[in-house]
Ligand binder design. Structure first.
Ligand SMILES: [Zn+2]
Ligand SMILES: [Zn+2]
Length: 347
């Protein structure tokens, strides 16, 4: 089969012919139709310090995908929930099931998580083998949307954690694909006012298409002042920090109302300075670090939003490329003009 392989240290990936993955007793073999290209794949392409410190190539890349089941191991078959021909997607974090986090319903924080396309072979290939317990049927959700349910799930997790969104004011700081998804999730969940900010006008236009009531650009707007004006001087009930920028954190804390929530998904590449007393403690803020998707409550919430047509992520999906055009796909992500980029493997 064809696969995009990180062959070793250094920039790039190679399209290679590789053997079909093995299918264990509790695994399913999935023919990949669509795959999402992610910021993580850009880090791997560029081979930055994170990738160099974590990966042991050769590795097939890609962790966001949807496809069709072609084969089931005997235990997966006996479980009776999946069948050949089912259109499916999968949670890309493969967890141990044994550690304290897994055993207490917090598998998204498993201490031995293996991520497909990072720690083991991934989905930028004709086929991928996955544990059946990670696989979910799409049941009418289009497969190109199935392919981006991993990052969409990050947005669902970020917006819905820790409070009641209906009627609330939500500020989404940073409008990369997951930030734009978060705007749509906040609208679907019944937020009364959704404000989005980014430096990039193209991304702000996508946030508007996803339902942002107001978009702010820090190059021309005083974001915190504008949010206070828009919320009768309260500040936002929920701030979703999706930028990971050091200035983003200070702005996120300042934009939250007293007693508000700041759910943090953006990952800073360096240490940031926080004045905990003044920015967080005396303001009574609750901070939450978002890792992955809750297994599997986030997925079920997301499936219901999608099947009910309350959430449509398609305005974020701006580019499609065939598998062999990965270099172009990486280039549009890098120059900041893209929303979500999809690889068409075998549609
Ligand atoms: Zn991703
Ligand atoms: Zn575990």
């Amino acid at each position: 089969m064809r696969a995009l392989v990180k062959t070793g240290p250094g920039v790039g990936m190679e399209l290679q012919e590789v053997p079909l993955p093995t299918v264990g007793p509790s695994d399913v073999l999935i023919r990949v139709q669509y795959a999402g290209v992610c910021g993580t794949d850009l880090h791997i392409w560029e081979w930055d310090s994170w990738a160099a410190g974590r990966m042991l190539p050769p590795t097939v890349i890609g962790h966001e995908f949807a496809g069709v089941i072609e084969q089931l191991g005997p235990e997966a078959e006996a479980a009776g929930l999946l069948a050949v021909g089912d259109q499916v997607t999968a949670e890309g974090h493969i967890i141990c099931g044994h550690c304290r986090q897994c055993r207490t319903g917090h598998g998204h924080l498993c201490r031995r998580t293996q991520i497909i396309g990072v720690d083991r072979d991934g989905a930028f290939a004709d086929y991928i083998s996955m544990p059946a317990t990670n696989v979910m049927t799409l049941d009418g959700i289009p497969p190109e949307i199935g392919a981006i349910m991993d990052p969409l799930g990050n947005a669902v997790h970020t917006v819905l954690e820790g409070g009641d969104v209906p009627g609330e004011t939500v500020f989404v700081l940073g409008c990369g694909p997951i930030g734009c998804f978060a705007v749509g999730v906040a609208r679907a969940a019944g937020a009364s006012l959704v404000i989005a900010s980014d430096l990039n006008p193209t991304r702000l236009a996508i946030a508007s298409a996803m339902g942002a009531h107001v978009t702010l650009n820090p190059t021309s707007d005083d974001v915190v002042v504008r949010i206070r004006e828009l919320t009768q001087e309260d500040g936002a009930d929920l701030v979703c920090e999706m930028s990971g920028h050091p200035a983003g954190h200070a702005q996120a804390f300042a934009a939250a109302r007293l007693g508000g929530r700041v759910n943090l998904l953006g990952t800073p590449s360096q240490k940031t300075t926080v004045d905990f007393a003044r920015e967080i403690i005396f303001r009574g803020l609750t901070l939450y670090g978002v890792t992955g998707r809750k297994m599997y409550s986030t997925w079920h919430q997301m499936q219901r939003f999608l099947r009910a047509d309350q959430l449509d992520p398609r305005p974020v999906m701006t580019h499609r490329f065939p598998l062999e055009s990965i270099e172009e796909a990486i280039a549009v992500i890098k120059d900041g003009t893209a929303g979500k980029v999809i690889l068409e493997v075998v549609p």
